[in-house]
Every structure is written in structure tokens, then in C-alpha cells.
Design a protein around this ligand. Structure first.
Ligand SMILES: Cc1cc2nc3c(=O)[nH]c(=O)nc-3n(C[C@H](O)[C@H](O)[C@H](O)COP(=O)(O)OP(=O)(O)OC[C@H]3O[C@@H](n4cnc5c(N)ncnc54)[C@H](O)[C@@H]3O)c2cc1C
Length: 498
């Protein structure tokens, strides 16, 4: 659809506010910029974009270039009652950057892309400080000059921002080895309408509760993260990725639990269930000979695992031996380095398939949770079943197809990441998706699992926060919000509903 056809309301930002904002930051109000900031990358966002619906687009896009500029924007917006939606890379898949007005007449998108510097690096202490708008590929190349890496490789690596990672408690593909972003945050600077918070004294502190962690995962609802000091790692000299196959998912889960509990994990540990394995092998064009070989060895309906080790050559070899010993004891068959290297090469390309599938009238989305080892199989099945029932087409069209993998290991449990597809009901895409999302989220909560392991809450999971933290927990979060953002201008409709 051409930009001219997109439905967009005239900007509701009063001229006086625009002038005040323009004195402290760059302000854009052109059609293309407003439309581009009208949503993120959730299924709902994509459908809205494809049907030309940008009715709720921000009234202006404001681009600050410093912490002080952010502070001034917040002061103006709090004074004049303008809602502010922080925007990092815009890759939220849970409605995190949805422009929800919640009673405010005007709303701006606070685009942090101008704040994109690495402001400090302390290679001796393995610490680096970043502005929030820096994208990961650039951060990695800046760190590489010092022989360092962040080790944070979510599938949105190409577009997501450092501030977005911290604001959503993101986890990367190698987080089993390098740690989730919340484990990497050493210090954080936040601008709020009530003032600045500068938190965290590396390497550790016992000075009361950890307020840093109140800001990590706060999704722009408490304040704007304008700087962060993260733990970084020495760049690995060697990377080795390999594939294995298990007889079934139970066997794989047993092996992965042992890896985590016996401290024998690889940096990347990923186990596909039977359906995801079938899809991967089909899409990678596995030859009939290889398929027959696997069937004859008893792995015909098996589950694929990708393992990746990174570090010094000696360490990689030692750690690989420990991992492989457990995998083999539990029944895995090694498939060698070729499929592992292919996975590494294509690790960021999978999501682009979503656009092709949408072109072909397929509803496709992902969701995720995590569960303790003792309950992970039950959660795996009940959530998949809930999706299958909700997406079943009474007209008898093929599908739905639901597949899942485990990708982050802890001693106590693992994450579950689902991809689901069905024939899209034209004109009813969002209702159809919503029914599936509600069914899966209810099943997750009923099974006692978390509503999100790494995608965050945004607007799409907010209704399940009560189940996650209870009424008192919600009240505590609301009290923090009231203290830091008394006018309630920051990212309305996300994380904590009023
Ligand atoms: C293809 C694809 C793959 C993905 N893979 C992963 C994955 O592997 N792991 C994972 O964890 N997530 C993944 N995600 C989800 C998403 O990329 C992450 O949540 C990411 O952390 C968001 O970063 P961003 O910069 O794009 O944030 P945005 O989408 O811009 O914002 C996310 C939320 O944080 C707020 N926010 C952004 N910047 C700031 C700031 N500086 N201060 C305060 N609030 C802020 C926003 O208002 C919003 O609520 C994926 C998404 C896509 C589209």
C-alpha cells in the first residue's frame, strides 16, 4: 500500500507544545515519519500496517540527542499533558510501542536513535557504557575495536537497541552462556518526570534492594533509560556449532536438564520439539538418504538440538567434551558441524519468512514462556493444545501448525518458544489471532508458568500481569509509577494497567 493511501489523523499536537519541544529536541511531523512510528512488530502491528491503518499514529516524533534533552521533553510533556511512547528499535512483538492515548489528547513517539554512542569502555574491568539508541551491530563493531563483545544476540539483533533490550529484559540466543541482559546490567541512568535516577555500583552492592532491577524491564513506564553500563566479554577466538538429534522431546529435555544442572551447557543450547524438527528438516532440504538413515537409526521422529560453544580454543574443546558426553549418554546422535554452521549463518533470517507467509494468507506469530524442569513437558503440551484448539478451522482447512523449542537453560528450568500458523481469516485476522493469544496466555497462567520469558509485557500481556505478580504486586508497581510519573504520561497502556 502506498504511503498516501494510509489512513492517518491530522496531528493533535498543539502548536505551542510543538514549539516548546522544538526548542529542546528535533521534532518531526511528516506523514512518513509518523506512520513509521505507529507500531512495532507484533502480529497486530503488521496487520494494521498491511491494511493501511495508522489512525493512532503519534502526533509527532521527537528525537532527543542527550540525557538533558530527554529530561526537558519529559518536563514539557508532563506539564502540558502529552503522552510519551519511548521508541528504541521498534522491534517489540507485544505492543510495547503501540501509541495508546489512554485519554491524552496528544501523544509523541520519543525516538532515541540519535543517542547512539558508546560513551565509555573499561576493558580491564570488562565494562562498557552505552546510550540507549545504539543498535547491536554497531555496538559489536565498537566493542570489537577493544577485543570485546556484548554476547547479546537476540533474533532482532539487526534492529533492536541497547535501551530496548534493557527496558524489556531481553534474552539472546547465546544467553545460556553470556547471560540475559538483566544479568549484564551493572549501572543505569534513567530520566523520569520526577527527576533522574542513577543506579548501580559495579561489581556488586548490598545497599538495600536492587533498584536497578526495578528499572530493567520497566518498558518505558517509569522513565527513559538514557545510559547503561553493561558487563561485556572478551571476544571469542573460536566458535563451534554442531547439531544433534534425540529420539524424542522427552529424551532431549532430560539431557538439557542434566546439562544445566551438571554445568555442562554450551553457550547456545536449543532443542526443537518433533514438529519444529520436522519443519526444519523439510525446509533445509534433508536428502531422502539422510532421512532414511535417521529412520533406520530410530531417529525418524526425533528432535533436533543445536549446540554452540564460544571462547578460547582450549576452553571450547574442553567444554564441548563435557556437553557431548551428557548428550550421548542420554541417547543423542551427533549430526556434525555442517547443520550447526548453517544454523549460525541463518540465525537472523527466519523472521523475514513471516512477511512471505502473511503475503500468502497465513496467520503466523510466536509466543514464549518458561517453566521448571518438573513441569516443562506439561506446559509444553497444554499451551500447544490450547493454540491448536483456538486456531482449528471448522471449515476444515489445513493446520493449524504449532511448533516449539527450548532455548534458554537454567538449573531450575528452561524457556519454551512457540511458533504457530493457521490459515488467516480474511478481514478477521486480528480477532482470530486474539482468540489464539488469549487461549495460550490463559493456558500458560493456568499451568503456573510465566506470561513472558523474554518478549516482555507491552500492551498484549498486560491483562495477565495480575496473575504474574498478584494484586499487591500490581499496587507496588502502580505506586512506583505514581511517584516517578505523577501525570501518567509515560507509555500508557503498557505493563501496568491503571
Ligand atoms: C524478528 C524479531 C526477533 C526477536 N527476537 C527476540 C529474541 O531473540 N529475544 C528477545 O528478548 N526479544 C526478541 N524480540 C523482541 C524485541 O526485539 C525485544 O523485546 C527488544 O529488546 C526490543 O528492543 P527495541 O530496541 O526494538 O525496543 P522497542 O521495540 O523500541 O521498545 C520496547 C519497549 O521498551 C520501551 N523502550 C525502548 N527504549 C527505551 C528506553 N531507552 N527507555 C525506556 N523504555 C524504552 C518501549 O517503549 C517499549 O515498551 C524479537 C523481535 C523481533 C521482531
Amino acid at each position: 500500500m502506498s504511503l498516501d493511501e494510509v489512513r492517518l489523523r491530522p496531528s493533535a499536537l498543539p502548536d505551542i507544545v510543538r514549539e516548546k519541544l522544538a526548542a529542546v529536541a528535533d521534532v518531526r511531523g511528516d506523514r512518513a515519519t509518523r506512520v513509521a512510528r505507529s507500531g512495532g512488530k507484533s502480529y497486530k502491528d503488521l496487520i494494521r500496517r498491511r491494511t493501511g491503518d495508522a489512525e493512532d499514529a503519534p502526533d509527532a516524533v521527537v528525537l532527543p540527542d542527550s540525557h538533558e534533552s530527554v529530561r526537558s521533553v519529559l518536563e514539557i510533556c508532563a506539564d502540558l499533558g502529552v503522552a510519551v511512547v519511548p521508541y528504541g528499535g521498534g522491534t517489540s512483538v507485544v505492543g510495547g510501542v503501540e501509541p495508546i492515548r489512554a485519554g491524552f489528547e496528544a501523544l509523541i513517539s520519543l525516538d532515541l536513535s540519535r543517542m547512539d554512542r558508546m560513551t565509555d569502555v573499561d576493558a580491564e574491568s570488562l565494562l562498557a557504557t552505552f546510550e540507549p539508541g545504539l543498535r547491536t551491530p554497531r555496538a559489536e563493531s565498537l566493542l570489537a575495536e577493544h577485543g570485546l563483545t556484548l554476547g547479546h544476540f537476540p533474533q532482532s539483533f539487526e534492529q533492536a537497541s541497547m535501551g530496548g533490550y534493557v527496558a524489556t529484559r531481553s534474552a539472546g540466543q547465546a544467553s545460556t552462556g553470556y547471560g540475559r541482559i538483566d544479568e549484564l546490567v551493572q549501572a543505569i541512568k534513567v530520566a523520569t518526570p520526577a527527576g533522574d535516577l542513577v543506579l548501580g555500583r559495579p561489581p556488586a552492592s548490598a545497599a538495600g534492594p536492587d533498584l536497578r532491577q526495578l528499572m530493567v524491564g520497566s518498558e518505558g513506564v517509569f522513565g527513559i533509560i538514557t545510559g547503561m553500563t553493561l558487563r561485556v566479554h572478551r571476544r571469542p577466538e573460536r566458535r563451534r556449532y554442531e547439531a544433534f538429534i534425540f529420539h524424542d522431546f522427552d529424551e532431549g529435555i532430560r539431557a538439557f536438564r542434566r546439562l544445566a544442572q551438571e554445568k555442562a551447557t554450551a553457550d547456545v543450547c536449543r532443542l526443537s520439539d518433533e514438529d519444529e524438527t520436522r519443519a526444519s528438516l523439510t525446509m533445509s532440504g534433508t536428502s531422502p538418504i539422510a532421512a532414511t538413515y535417521l529412520r533406520l537409526r530410530g531417529y525418524g521422529k526425533g528432535c533436533l538440538a543445536i549446540m554452540g560453544w564460544e571462547g578460547k580454543p582450549g576452553d571450547v574443546a574442553r567444554r564441548r567434551r563435557a556437553t557431548v558426553a551428557v548428550l550421548k549418554q542420554e541417547g543423542a546422535l551427533g549430526l556434525g558441524a555442517k547443520p550447526g554452521a548453517a544454523w549460525e549463518r541463518n540465525r537472523y533470517s527466519g523472521p523475514y519468512l513471516r512477511d512471505d507467509l502473511l503475503d500468502h494468507g497465513v496467520l503466523v506469530d510466536t509466543l514464549e514462556t518458561a517453566a521448571p524442569w518438573s513441569r516443562i513437558r506439561t506446559v509444553h503440551t497444554t499451551v500447544a493444545d490450547a493454540l491448536r484448539v483456538a486456531l482449528r478451522d471448522p471449515g476444515g482447512s489445513p493446520g493449524p501448525f504449532v511448533m516449539c523449542h527450548v532455548s534458554h537453560l537454567y538449573e531450575t528450568g528452561g524457556s519454551l518458544y512457540y511458533t504457530f500458523m493457521a490459515k488467516a481469516e480474511r478481514g478477521r485476522e486480528v480477532d482470530q489471532w486474539e482468540a489464539a493469544k488469549v487461549a495460550a496466555s490463559d493456558a500458560i497462567v493456568a499451568a503456573g508458568a510465566t506470561i513472558t520469558h523474554h518478549h516482555a509485557v507491552g500492551s498484549e500481556h498486560a491483562a495477565w500481569m495480575q496473575a504474574e505478580v498478584g494484586d499487591l504486586g500490581l499496587d507496588v508497581l502502580r505506586a512506583v509509577k505514581t511517584r516517578l510519573d505523577p501525570a501518567g504520561i509515560l507509555n500508557p497502556g503498557k505493563l501496568v494497567l491503571p
